[in-house]
Ligand binder design. Structure first.
Ligand code: ADP
Ligand code: NI
Length: 212
């Protein structure tokens, strides 16, 4: 079995208990999207695929104690025979992927750009709507609260401490992602996903107000 197949098995097991929007299928979708984008952008496929598969195994929210050193990703790669340069390239990308408000970074390598774009594409569109409400439900958030306006331009600390409603999350993150895509392929894919969210919010507010 190659290292990619092993990584697929590793993440399936790793995320088996997550129901808050970070499940195995999120990783699988990011892997497929990143592969598609990398083929178009002529990026190094094995690096993109490994980074996509491992991008959430040291996530700050899921695994705060391994986040800084990327311990889980590093151990998986080393135990499965990746060379030192591959381990460093993949771990660097994992550290660059996250959305953390105005402190988010543009990944240095084209491979990192592909993985960040794939992760962000999976946060928008119909899947993005579903994930946002799944996350909100599992974190005891209001779907919407008319007296709580969105907080724009949050930095890393404000973003990570925010307990915003799920509708506000669209204005604080999801609707901003279209213009943050790195690659032409992802920019194209983001257009229709973005439109879908705008239509969803218009319908949601009309139903909320009793006018639809
Ligand atoms: P990822 O690591 O995949 O970039 P995050 O850890 O930021 O994603 O969040 C996982 C999912 O939960 C995403 O779809 C994201 O949009 C959603 N999410 C994160 N924070 C909130 C929030 N405050 N309200 C609703 N959904 C959220
Ligand atoms: Ni992710």
């Amino acid at each position: 079995m190659g290292i990619i197949e092993k990584a697929l098995e590793f993440v399936e097991e790793f995320f088996a208990q997550d129901f808050g929007g970070h499940d195995y299928f999120h990783t699988l979708r990011v892997y497929r999207l990143a592969t598609h984008i990398a083929e178009q952008e002529k990026a190094a496929l094995p690096i993109v695929q490994l980074a996509a598969l491992l991008h959430d195994v040291d996530d700050r929210k899921l695994s705060p104690e391994t986040c800084a050193d990327k311990t889980n990703a590093r151990r998986f790669l080393t135990e499965n025979g990746a060379d030192a340069a591959t381990v460093e390239r993949v771990c660097r990308i994992i550290g660059e992927v996250s959305f953390i408000g105005t402190d988010s970074v543009v990944p240095e390598s084209v491979e990192g750009k592909c993985v960040q774009d794939a992760d962000r594409l999976d946060a928008i569109g119909a899947i993005g709507v579903a994930r946002a409400f799944a996350y909100g439900g599992s974190h005891n958030r209001f779907m919407h609260h008319p007296d709580l306006p969105p907080q724009l331009n949050m930095n890393k600390e404000a973003y990570q401490n925010s307990r915003s409603t799920t509708v506000n999350h669209f204005y604080e993150k999801l609707l901003l992602l279209k213009d943050c895509m790195n690659t032409p392929t992802a920019k194209r894919l983001a257009e229709s996903r973005h439109r879908y969210m705008q239509e969803f919010l218009a319908e949601f507010m009309a139903e909320w107000d009793g006018t639809a």
